[in-house]
Design a protein around this ligand. Structure first.
Ligand SMILES: Cc1cc2nc3c(=O)[nH]c(=O)nc-3n(C[C@H](O)[C@H](O)[C@H](O)COP(=O)(O)OP(=O)(O)OC[C@H]3O[C@@H](n4cnc5c(N)ncnc54)[C@H](O)[C@@H]3O)c2cc1C
Length: 428
C-alpha cells in the first residue's frame, strides 16, 4: 500500500500519448515522476492508431497544425512552440525510428509499425526513470489544503504537481471512459458537452451497403440540417477519400465530417449529399459527355463515367434510373442531366454515426479558457496541469491529434516539474 510519503514530485494520471510525453518532459527536467495507468500497459491507442502504423504528426509547420484546429487553434501556439512538429520527428528519429511523409502529408514510421513508436517512447521514459504503475487507475482526486490528493485502489498520493491526461470517451475498451472529465468537474472545471468525432457515418441507402470494400479517392460530402420550415441549411463540407462499408461510409472525408457540430443524434434532420466528381463542374461533365457521344456514340454512359470513378459505384448510382446500359448517342438531354445529378449530388440517408465505440477522438471536454496554455496549468488549481484529449480540443485526420497530445503533454511536464510545493501560493 502506497503512503503519501512515497508521493512523487509529479503524478501523471493516464499513460497515453499526452501522459507519456508529459512524464518524459518532467522526468528529464529532474522531477520524480509516477504514472498511474488503468491498463496493464501504456499507450494502447498508440498501438492501434493509423491502422497500427501510427500517424505520428503532419508534414507542416506549427501554423499548419494551428489552422487545422480552426477557431481553437490559437490555444496551441505555446504548446507547439515548446514541442514543434519537427521536434516530434527528431524525437523519434533520435530514438532510432526513421520517419517518412506520405502523399497525404501524414508522417509515419518507415517500418509502418506503431509498436516501434511506442517502444521508442517507453525506452526514453525508462532512461528518464519514469516510474510506471500499471493496472492502477486513479479513482478519486480532491484538494486538501491546496494539495491534490489522489486515490487509487493501491493507495493514495500527495504529489507536488498532478497532470491529468486520461483522454476522452472514444474507444472506451482502451480504458478511456471519461474519468478525467469527472475529476476535473469535481475540482471546479467546466466540461464542454462531449460527442464522438472522427467516427464512421451510418447510412441506410441500400446501394451503399452493396459497395462495401470500395474506395473512392476524391469525394466532397456536404452536410445540411433541415430547419422547422423544412429548408436545408448547409452546416459544412469535407473532401477526401471515402471507403464504403457494410454499415455506411468511413475514411478521411466522412470521419472529418463528424467533427462538424450537427444534430447527429437526430439523423432525420440531416441531409447528406455526395459529389463524386468534385474536380468537375456539372457543365464541364455535360461537355465531356457530348464530346464522347460524338466520337464514341455506341459507348454506354456507364462505361464513360467508369473512366473517372469505380465501375461498381457507377452501376449503383445509375441503376436507380436504369441508365447503365444507355448508349451515349441515345442519351436524352433529360437523362444526361439526371446522370450528372446522380454523380454530383447523390443523396445518402444518414442514420447516425457509430458513436464513441468507433470514434477516434472525443469532441468537447475541459473548457480551454480555464487552462493557461503558456504552461498547461489549470487556472483554478495551481498544482493541476491538463493535456491531451481530456481538453476541449480535437483535430482532423492526419496526425494532428497526436501532435496536440505530444505538445500539450510536453509543455505540461516541463512546467509541472518546476512546481515546488505551491501550497498557499496564489494561482496564476
Ligand atoms: C483507432 C484510433 C486510431 C487513431 N489514429 C490516430 C493517428 O494515426 N494519428 C493521430 O494523430 N491520432 C490518432 N488517433 C487519436 C489519438 O489516439 C488520440 O488523439 C490520442 O491518443 C490522445 O492522447 P491522450 O494521451 O490525450 O489520450 P489517450 O491516448 O486516450 O490516453 C489516455 C490514457 O489514460 C488512461 N486512463 C483513463 N482513465 C484513467 C484513470 N482513471 N486512471 C489512470 N489511467 C486512466 C487510459 O487507459 C489511457 O491509457 C486515433 C485514435 C483511435 C481510437
Amino acid at each position: 500500500m502506497n503512503t503519501p510519503s512515497d508521493s512523487p514530485d509529479v503524478l501523471v494520471a493516464g499513460g497515453g500519448a499526452a501522459g507519456l510525453f508529459s512524464a518524459i518532459a518532467a522526468a528529464e527536467s529532474g522531477a520524480r515522476v509516477v504514472v498511474l495507468e488503468k491498463n496493464p500497459r501504456a499507450g494502447i491507442k498508440i498501438l492501434m492508431s493509423g491502422g497500427s502504423r501510427c500517424n505520428i504528426t503532419h508534414h507542416c509547420d506549427n501554423r499548419g497544425i494551428v489552422s487545422a484546429y480552426g477557431s481553437k487553434g490559437k490555444f496551441l501556439h505555446s504548446p507547439l512552440a515548446s514541442f514543434t512538429t519537427q521536434d516530434t520527428i527528431d524525437f523519434f528519429e533520435s530514438e532510432g525510428v526513421a520517419t517518412k511523409v506520405e502523399e497525404t502529408g501524414k508522417v509515419f514510421p518507415v517500418s509502418n509499425r506503431a509498436s516501434d513508436v511506442l517502444q521508442a517512447i517507453l525506452l526514453r521514459a525508462e532512461r528518464a526513470k519514469v516510474d510506471f504503475r500499471y493496472s492502477e487507475p486513479v479513482t478519486q482526486i480532491s484538494i486538501k489544503a491546496g494539495i491534490i490528493e489522489t486515490v487509487s485502489p493501491k493507495g493514495f498520493y500527495k504529489p507536488k504537481a498532478f497532470i491529468l491526461t486520461t483522454g476522452g470517451l472514444s474507444f472506451p475498451r482502451c480504458g478511456t471512459t471519461g474519468d478525467g472529465y469527472k475529476f476535473a468537474a469535481s475540482l471546479g472545471h467546466t466540461i464542454q458537452p462531449t460527442r464522438p468525432a472522427l467516427v464512421p457515418v451510418a447510412i441506410s441507402t441500400p446501394w451503399v451497403k452493396e459497395l462495401a470494400g470500395i474506395t473512392v479517392p476524391d469525394v466532397k460530402l456536404t452536410l445540411s440540417v433541415r430547419n422547422n420550415n423544412d429548408c436545408l441549411n448547409v452546416v459544412g463540407s469535407t473532401r477526401g477519400s471515402v471507403l464504403f462499408t457494410h454499415v455506411g461510409i468511413t475514411g478521411p472525408c466522412p470521419l472529418n465530417l463528424t467533427r462538424i457540430e450537427a444534430p447527429w443524434e437526430e439523423p432525420k434532420s440531416l441531409y447528406l449529399e455526395a459529389d463524386f466528381l468534385p474536380n468537375f463542374k456539372s457543365e464541364e461533365i455535360a461537355v465531356l459527355i457530348q464530346e464522347n457521344s460524338k466520337a464514341h456514340g455506341k459507348k454506354s454512359i456507364a462505361s464513360l463515367i467508369a473512366e473517372w470513378i469505380p465501375r461498381r459505384l457507377v452501376d449503383a448510382l445509375l441503376a436507380k434510373d436504369q441508365l447503365q446500359g444507355c448508349k451515349l448517342a441515345e442519351l436524352s438531354k433529360a437523362n444526361r442531366s439526371l446522370a450528372i445529378n446522380l454523380l454530383k449530388a447523390a443523396q445518402l440517408q444518414v442514420t447516425g454515426n457509430l458513436g464513441y465505440e468507433k470514434a477516434e477522438v472525443t469532441s468537447g471536454g475541459i473548457a480551454l479558457e480555464e487552462v493557461d496554455f503558456k504552461s498547461m496549468r489549470s487556472r483554478i488549481h495551481p498544482n493541476l496541469f491538463l493535456a491531451g484529449e481530456v481538453l476541449d480540443l480535437d483535430g482532423p485526420i492526419g496526425g494532428f491529434n497526436f501532435q496536440a497530445a505530444w505538445s500539450t503533454g510536453w509543455l505540461a511536464g516541463k512546467n509541472a516539474a518546476k512546481t515546488k510545493n505551491m501550497v498557499g501560493e496564489n494561482p496564476i
